[in-house]
Design a protein around this ligand. Structure first.
Ligand SMILES: [Zn+2]
Length: 318
């Protein structure tokens, strides 16, 4: 195995259910090159590992091997980061007990590290983004689901089995819709991008004069944000509800972890400027007095939080 490269560059890989992305990242967190491919879900782990190898080769083309410190991989859980094994990816078949770190280290002849995607993105924002220099902050990603990571007392909060930070499964309303985990009313089931799209389709069907009705079954969170920007009344109402649901979950996080800052990333954060006033209002209304002033901001690295975070597993280990 190669030692850490002199300049300490690293490749961050983000293994997702629809896309595998890779980025070459320098020691200051800058993305120097990137590549992506549609996840070969049918081919199973063997095919995807080959895709990762290919993407690493593409992003490091022309780079002296001595410069490269290794590859950090961010993947959906559950996984065992210490053992380097993906235990199961619900959205990809065949991904059960895959020793991804051992396989990639063998194939790439480089050090490889593995981290849960929510935690990797939190680490990216902590090392190089909105949470830089802070010792207490919470990162929330709102996209297909809701995930995140907690930095507490200057370190990543791990918990038993390194499972801490499953913030999407906080119960927000036990009377509400059932989550993919089987429990009713999880934060993810109510406020993820998927949930926003689903609720929008229901409401649009009842409001034929709204712009949203024209999208029919294709209506998703992205179009809700775009229509709200165009002033559509139903879309604005839907975002007001979304902001309330996000605000309720964020207040829980403030009370639990007392962060200096809450950072919101993921697809839904594209509409963060529209959501922020509502979130701030619910934080001011619901949080205990000492927590009310805590800022809630958008992820600084945007869609790169996870990639940069994965690379920083190599760049700034520990
Ligand atoms: Zn759940």
């Amino acid at each position: 195995m190669k030692p850490m490269g002199g300049n300490g560059w690293a490749v961050g890989v983000d293994l997702g259910g629809t896309q595998v992305r890779a980025a070459l990242v320098d020691a200051s967190g800058q993305v120097l090159a990137r590549a992506a491919a549609r996840t070969d879900a049918v081919g199973g782990p063997g095919a995807v590992l080959q895709q990762i190898q290919q993407l690493v080769a593409e992003t490091t083309q022309g780079i002296a091997p001595s410069v490269l410190g290794g590859v950090g991989v961010s993947a959906p859980g559950p996984l065992d980061g210490e053992a380097g094994v993906i235990l199961g990816i619900p959205t990809l078949s065949g991904w059960v007990n895959v020793p991804i770190v051992a396989w990639l280290q063998e194939a790439l002849a480089l050090p490889v590290r593995l981290e849960n995607d929510g935690v990797a993105a939190a680490i990216g924002e902590w090392r190089f983004g909105a949470g830089r220099g802070l010792s207490d902050f919470v990162y929330v990603t709102v996209s297909t689901g809701i995930g995140g990571g907690v930095i507490a007392d200057g370190r990543v909060l791990r918990g038993r089995g390194r499972l801490a930070g499953h913030i999407g499964h906080m119960t927000i309303d036990p009377q509400a819709e059932v989550c993919s985990c089987g429990n009713p009313g999880c934060w993810e089931a109510l406020a993820s991008g998927t949930a926003l799209g689903q609720y929008a389709r229901q409401q649009a069907a009842l409001a034929p004069t709204s712009h949203l009705a024209a999208f029919g079954a294709a209506l998703d969170a992205k179009q809700v944000v775009a229509s709200a920007r165009a002033g559509d009344a139903l879309a604005l109402e839907l975002l007001e509800r979304e902001a309330r649901l996000l605000g309720i979950g964020i207040v829980n996080l403030l009370h639990l972890y007392s962060p200096e800052l809450v950072v919101v990333g993921g697809g839904v954060s594209q509409g963060f400027d529209l959501l922020h006033p509502g979130i701030a209002q619910h934080v001011a209304r619901r949080a205990l007095p000492p927590f009310r002033g805590t800022p809630v901001v958008a992820a600084q690295l945007g869609q790169n939080s996870g990639l940069v975070g994965a690379a920083s597993l190599i760049l700034l280990p520990g």
